[in-house]
Design a binder for this molecule. Structure first.
Ligand SMILES: Cc1cc2nc3c(=O)[nH]c(=O)nc-3n(C[C@H](O)[C@H](O)[C@H](O)COP(=O)(O)OP(=O)(O)OC[C@H]3O[C@@H](n4cnc5c(N)ncnc54)[C@H](O)[C@@H]3O)c2cc1C
Length: 315
């Protein structure tokens, strides 16, 4: 039954504003809530504490203050201010200076010029404090505008930023040439959104094949690429290719999500590979959480158990 729950179902839930409001109000309150498996907490203090624990395990971190698709420019300005505060707080702490963000959080869907200004404010605060800012990739309606805005700020001379490419999009191999041409750092992922067949591969074997081609291009021609996957076969293939081409383990990194495959994260670090963990936090966690459920419908069984446990405890 669980297998029948499609990614589309979770993406529909992710867009529900009522559910989002309810979840944001109640979801992370309990320390044993299921969402906490994937989300470090609501506050920057909780994120820093989680980052510290991850770093103690020999891994690196990137912090993501959750939020996307804001509805007004005021919300975009507010999100920018939050990132400026996060930069100040992380700089005053002992954890790694690496953040991930989404451009629709900064107003990409509303006004590109404002979004560019907001990103520049963040980069201006980040650069002197040695932060690296990763611009996440969102649904395909934003692929071109995300890359164009990235190129614009790159042209303005910013270098403390990197982009993300999704192997499932047919266009991504061309985009890879574009970003490698700039000398920009790329994170390679399979892709987390629901996209039509006309622009995206749907067969697992086609996505994996594109991922391998792009991984190879990035290891050979890219600047410190990040191979972001929990897929054992793709990780093994990356390790095999790097060894065959004498690409040293400090010339690239693996990346994984907080709460996913801790065994694998640990094993890679033990074998001398760099592995960075993406640590999301904040009140706007619902769409992110729904995408994680959609990747692995078995997770729903855990959620159902947690809900039943809560109900039994309350009765
Ligand atoms: C650091 C990082 C950053 C990312 N940034 C972006 C981005 O900017 N844009 C974007 O579109 N996507 C992003 N993603 C998500 C990505 O596109 C995939 O949706 C996600 O990584 C799952 O694909 P996979 O490569 O792990 O392979 P899968 O085949 O989905 O998973 C392989 C194995 O990993 C485990 N696993 C994977 N996901 C889960 C889960 N949710 N719960 C439990 N176990 C799981 C399972 O054991 C599974 O068998 C990011 C992923 C990572 C790791």
């Amino acid at each position: 039954m669980l297998q029948a729950l499609s990614r589309g179902f979770f993406h529909t839930l992710a867009r529900s504003t009522t559910l989002k409001k309810l979840a944001s109000r109640y979801g992370l309150r309990r320390h044993d809530s299921f969402a906490r498996r994937f989300i470090a907490g609501e506050t920057v203090d909780e994120a820093i504490a989680a980052a510290r624990a991850v770093e103690r395990r020999g891994l690196q971190v990137t912090l993501d203050c959750l939020g996307e698709s804001v509805a007004t420019l005021d919300e975009a300005t507010a999100a920018t201010k939050v990132y400026l505060e996060v930069i100040a707080r992380v700089a005053a702490s002992d954890v790694g200076r690496n953040l991930s963000l989404k451009l629709t959080q900064l107003g990409l869907a509303l006004d590109r010029a404002t979004c560019t200004d907001n990103l520049r404010r963040i980069l201006d605060a980040a650069q002197p404090r040695d932060f690296f800012i990763r611009v996440d990739m969102e649904g395909s309606q934003y692929t071109e505008s995300t890359l164009a805005l990235f190129e614009r700020v790159w042209d303005l001379g910013y270098r403390n930023l990197g982009a993300v490419l999704q192997a499932y999009l047919r266009r991504s191999e061309d985009d890879l040439d574009r970003l490698v041409g700039l000398g920009a750092r790329v994170r390679l992922v399979k892709g987390a959104y629901q996209e039509p067949r006309s622009i995206a591969y749907h067969k697992t074997s086609d996505v994996d094949a594109a991922f391998i081609r792009m991984m190879q291009a990035l290891l050979e021609r890219g600047v410190y690429p990040a191979i972001a996957t929990h897929d054992d076969a793709l990780i093994d293939e990356t390790r095999r290719f790097a060894a065959e081409r004498s690409v040293a383990p400090d010339r690239f990194e693996f990346q994984m999500l907080f709460g996913v495959r801790r065994d694998l994260q640990h094993r890679l670090a033990q074998h001398g590979y760099r592995c960075r963990i993406y640590i999301p936090f904040g009140r706007e966690w619902f769409p992110y959480f729904m995408r994680r459920l959609g990747e692995r419908p078995e997770n729903v069984a855990f959620v159902m158990k947690a809900i039943l446990r809560d109900r039994d405890a309350a009765s």
